[in-house]
Design a protein around this ligand. Structure first.
Ligand code: F3S
Length: 64
């Protein structure tokens, strides 16, 4: 699974990080770092929870 990060939509809510701090890396001001995130199968549950928790829909789950 891969998570596409739409950095322009991020408002620094940090809900993604609260769900999965080892998956979602934030900068010093609490905004998500740019770049797609490749998620290992064992981490998919927490990663998808984190992605879905973003109120700005900045984190798109790509299962292709
Ligand atoms: Fe940003 Fe959404 Fe996470 S606004 S810090 S991507 S919860």
């Amino acid at each position: 699974m891969r998570i596409i990060v739409h950095t322009a939509k991020c408002q620094g809510h940090a809900r993604c990080w609260a769900q999965a701090p080892e998956i979602f890396n934030l900068d010093d001001e609490g905004y998500i770092l740019p770049g797609a995130i490749d998620v290992e199968e064992k981490d998919e549950l927490f990663a998808s929870r984190g992605a879905r928790s973003c109120p700005e829909r900045a984190l798109e789950i790509d299962c292709t």
